[in-house]
Design a protein around this ligand. Structure first.
Ligand SMILES: N[C@@H](CCC(=O)N[C@@H](CS)C(=O)NCC(=O)O)C(=O)O
Length: 202
């Protein structure tokens, strides 16, 4: 199967980590959707990565759907519990981590605009989402609602979100007063799946 993506996309990283954790062989097709020569829209009408192309030619996007597809293959370890309510919870943790990423990506793009065109109110809104999201994750770890030994989907998505904040130097003080998140992220980054998918230095 082929994973179309870029090395810096945190959503793509989540899928790469899932594939590596499950030991599924895949070809990584490096394609940055922002570049003019991108072929991503040929596969995904939204022109976004990650997009997965299976050996039988079926195409899957976006990242939560790709995880759903990979879970259907029934290859251990299962990253989403079978029990429906527990599965929904796992998806919610993923959605929260992805939501932190959505805010972080918007923030990065806004900061790339000329300084006089940037909206402070918009930047603040994204920063607040990130801060509240991180607080929520800290609380869920404290309440033992995030399965990390071995990591399930929520923990994997959390690791990719923290990795992206570090990579783009967003919310650099996020570690302060969130000791459980620091410890969990540290443990995740020691895993081979995370080490092998670290984004390249800018
Ligand atoms: N919700 C999507 C988000 C994917 C996404 O926004 N990917 C970015 C790269 S980090 C992208 O392809 N952006 C191109 C665009 O928005 O045109 C997912 O989880 O797959």
């Amino acid at each position: 199967m082929k994973l179309i993506g870029s090395y810096t996309s945190p959503y793509v990283r989540k899928i790469s980590v899932v594939l590596l954790e499950k030991g599924i062989a895949f070809e990584f097709v490096n394609d940055t959707p922002w570049e003019e020569a991108t072929q991503v829209p040929d596969y995904n009408p939204l022109g976004k990565v990650p997009t997965l192309v299976t050996d039988d030619g079926s195409i899957w996007f976006d990242s939560p759907v790709i995880v759903g597809y990979l879970e259907l293959l029934d290859i251990a370890p299962a990253l989403v519990p079978r029990e429906l309510k527990l599965a929904l919870w796992e998806r919610q943790v993923e959605a929260l981590a992805d939501g932190i990423l959505d805010a972080a990506v918007l923030l990065v793009r806004e900061r790339q605009r000329p300084a006089q065109q940037q909206s402070e109110a918009f930047l603040l809104r994204q920063r607040q989402k990130i801060a509240r999201g991180l607080d929520w994750l800290e609380q869920q770890i404290n309440d033992q609602n995030i399965e990390s030994e071995p990591p399930r989907l929520g923990a994997i998505a959390l690791g990719c979100a923290i990795g992206y904040l570090n990579f783009r130097r967003i919310a650099p003080g996020w570690c302060a007063e969130r000791p459980l998140l620091v410890r969990l992220a540290g443990k995740l980054f020691e895993r081979e799946s995370f080490a092998r998918t670290e984004p390249p230095m800018p």
